[in-house]
Design a protein around this ligand. Structure first.
Ligand code: FES
Length: 267
């Protein structure tokens, strides 16, 4: 079912969609900020449909928005990264990700174009001037006040999902995997369900050639070549029913392993 984020607020058939891309946002204030940016863009978009989307944690995810548009009369999608600085690898990563989704969802796709990033715009100097003036007019940082000591609960969860964020895994889409897992964890209430599941980002887990890699504890099951559909299967089978997903899992065999052909063709 399509969420409200994806509901078309303008007449269908306009042909062009614009997606403002940010990394992540969970709290209400930054999401409201994205909504404000979306409204600003929509007022200047010449009738195009405008949405925002997150590549990591937050709703709607980029995947949700892009795949949702495949059912709409859209002939072109413009991707506008709201990242400063614009990492050189981001456009390459986004291109690769879109190509992967395209391979997973054959059929007619709109033309896809990726913007150059905020720092390439001619208005960036004015924006900086405005921000410097705003900082000058801001209230000074006050002296620290003694805050009441807040207590913390020790988590009761017995399961942990570690999502590798090492270089090869990030290049293979680990941040999308992380975002999808966290969004599903919140949607399904996995922290409290069953034995309870927590998730965490981690540095290199070791088998970089199986990227993107995640590991589920307490069993220590290593999964490789995981995409969003793989995360869904791991949640349903391993996290909710205690049954590891064998065809995505890689045992510690003592020998070097590569991604299985079936998984390679899906990435
Ligand atoms: S970078 Fe992920 S396993 Fe090494």
């Amino acid at each position: 079912m399509r969420s409200d984020h994806l509901a078309f607020k303008q007449p269908a058939g306009l042909g062009r969609a614009i997606i403002l891309i940010a990394r992540s946002a969970i709290a209400a204030a930054p999401i409201a900020e994205m909504e404000r940016l979306r409204s600003l863009a929509a007022a200047r978009a010449d009738g195009a449909w405008v949405a925002y989307a997150f590549t990591e944690q937050g709703a709607p995810s980029l995947r949700e928005v892009v795949l949702g548009l495949l059912n709409e009369p859209i002939t072109e999608i413009l991707f506008v990264p709201l990242l400063l600085p614009m990492e050189p690898a981001f456009a390459a990563w986004l291109t690769k990700t879109l190509q992967r989704w395209r391979a997973e969802h054959p059929g007619p796709w709109p033309v896809l174009r990726i913007g150059a990033g905020l720092s390439q715009g001619s208005a960036i100097a004015d924006l900086l001037t405005e921000q410097i003036d705003a900082a000058r007019g801001a209230a000074p940082v006050s002296h620290p006040q003694k805050a009441p000591q807040a207590g913390s609960l020790v988590p009761a969860q017995k399961r942990r999902v570690l999502v590798c964020q090492g270089g090869p895994c990030m290049a293979a889409g680990a941040d999308l995997i992380w975002g999808h897992l966290r969004n599903e964890q919140a949607r399904l209430g996995l922290r409290e369900a069953g034995e309870g599941t927590m998730s965490a980002k981690t540095s290199c887990l070791g088998p970089c050639n199986l990227a993107p890699v995640l590991q589920v504890w307490p069993e220590g099951t290593v999964y490789g070549g995981v995409d969003e559909a793989g995360v869904d299967r791991i949640i349903a089978s391993h996290l909710q029913s205690g049954e590891p997903v064998r065809d995505l899992a890689y045992e510690a065999t003592g020998r070097k392993q590569t991604l299985r052909p079936k998984i390679l063709s899906a990435t």
